[in-house]
Design a protein around this ligand. Structure first.
Ligand SMILES: C=CC1=C(C)c2cc3[nH]c(cc4nc(cc5[nH]c(cc1n2)c(C)c5CCC(=O)O)C(CCC(=O)O)=C4C)c(C)c3C=C
Ligand SMILES: [Fe+2]
Ligand SMILES: [Fe+2]
Length: 370
């Protein structure tokens, strides 16, 4: 059996380009049990996500979870679905379009931006094939997870590796491993909180809720927990807020094992008894609003806080397509694609910068104040 498929003929002779692939987690095709089932099957069959030995996990997944969870999840998805589809998908597609525009504006015309989902559609192998067909011989992968976790960024890289295993002529590859402490990302988060405070006043607490992962991943060396804490510390510093007014929590626990603590919902339920009447909740670990923020936090957790004696619950949206975040993402991409962009002799920014530098130099020489 041949391992390698023939390469597309256009791989030869055409102008090489740089590809940028944004990747997020993925959503079902529709908010129905029938559509949620294959999506959950793919998701929960990923050994990076559920590390239970396959033989033990297979019957639990196929005989129990996939017979009960799709209907419940579908109901939740239905409560956040938009006319254009899943919010996660809509935001990710817009982020890709805006990034392409911002890169062009910065003078990088030969960069092709595309987007893919780790689970469901558009798939990573499909979009990598498309970048190859567009003659991209250098590809930067951008998993849209600010904090690294084996279950997210690690899984994206597994899928990339399996997608290209039969390519004969491999592209040069790079990836953004995480951007949890990127100054542009932190500044965009801080600006979003500051704007919220300017309109609504400050709540008693600012809760930073991150997606959880099993506790054993921390014990085994996954840096996710540390990166979440670093993001929270940098954000609190940028906001100049007293540390005791900020809390970091972990949401979306799945299954019976212990996950990272403290858990978001039980924390919110306990706060009113401690005299905390109002909270602002933000999810810095999600680059786009999705089921886990719009339904779990803004609906479920809000109700839990209010029914336990809380008086005011505000959810601060994810960065989505905020202008400051799109600028920060563009800068991140330019930095990671750095030597490729700098080495491209057709790059027009280089020309422009040289032109500008010449104008300044000549202007200064001629005593021209302009
Ligand atoms: C089963 C274990 C899971 C781990 C580990 C996990 C890690 C993890 N997930 C995200 C981001 C998202 N997860 C989303 C949905 C979601 N997550 C799990 C399970 C685990 N996630 C499930 C089963 C689901 C599906 C929905 C459900 O049935 O509850 C989403 C939202 C997708 C959407 O379409 O809106 C995101 C985003 C991170 C960042 C992470 C580890 C750091
Ligand atoms: Fe998840
Ligand atoms: Fe959830």
């Amino acid at each position: 059996m041949a391992r390698y498929r023939p390469e597309p003929t256009h791989a030869h002779g055409s102008t090489p380009r740089i590809g940028v692939l944004l990747v997020n987690l993925g959503s079902p095709e529709a908010p129905t049990a029938a559509a949620v089932r294959p999506y959950l099957k793919q998701f929960l069959s990923d050994p990076r996500v559920v590390e239970i030995p396959r033989l033990a996990w297979w019957p639990i997944l196929n005989l129990i979870i996939l017979n009960t969870r799709p209907a419940k999840s579908a109901e939740k998805y239905a409560s956040i679905w938009t006319d254009e589809g899943s919010p996660l998908r809509v935001h990710t597609e817009r982020q890709a379009k805006l990034l392409a525009g911002f890169l062009t504006e910065a003078g990088h015309h030969d960069v092709k931006v595309d987007w893919a989902m780790r689970y469901g559609q558009p798939s990573i192998p499909d979009r990598l094939d498309a970048l190859r067909a567009a003659s991209c011989d250098r590809i930067l992968l951008v998993p849209l997870y600010p904090q690294y976790a084996g279950s997210t960024v690690g899984s994206v890289m597994d899928e990339v590796a399996s997608s290209i295993h039969a390519w004969r002529n491999l592209p040069e590859l790079r990836f953004i491993r995480s951007y949890h402490d990127d100054p542009g990302y932190i500044a965009a988060l801080a600006a979003s909180v500051t704007e919220h405070w300017a309109k609504n006043g400050q709540a008693d607490r600012l809760i930073l809720s991150f997606h959880g992962v099993p506790r054993y991943t921390l014990d085994q060396g996954d840096p996710y927990h540390c990166e979440c804490h670093k993001t929270a510390r940098l954000l609190a510093d940028a906001l100049d807020i007293a540390p005791e007014r900020v809390m970091l929590t972990f949401q979306s626990r799945f299954g019976k094992a212990e996950w990272l603590k403290p858990y978001t919902q039980p924390t919110l339920e306990a706060l009113p008894k401690q005299g905390v009447r109002s909270v602002d909740v933000m999810c810095p670990g999600f680059s786009s609003d999705c089921l886990e923020t719009l339904e779990e936090i803004a609906m479920e957790c809000k109700e839990a806080f209010l029914t336990h004696g809380g008086e005011r619950f505000h959810y601060i949206p994810c960065l989505n397509t905020r202008n400051d975040w799109m600028h920060a993402l563009t800068a991140l991409v330019i930095r990671h694609a750095g030597h490729w962009l700098a080495a491209d002799p057709r790059r027009s920014t280089a020309d422009r910068q040289v032109g500008k530098a010449r104008a300044i130099a000549l202007g200064a020489k001629n005593g021209d104040a302009k």
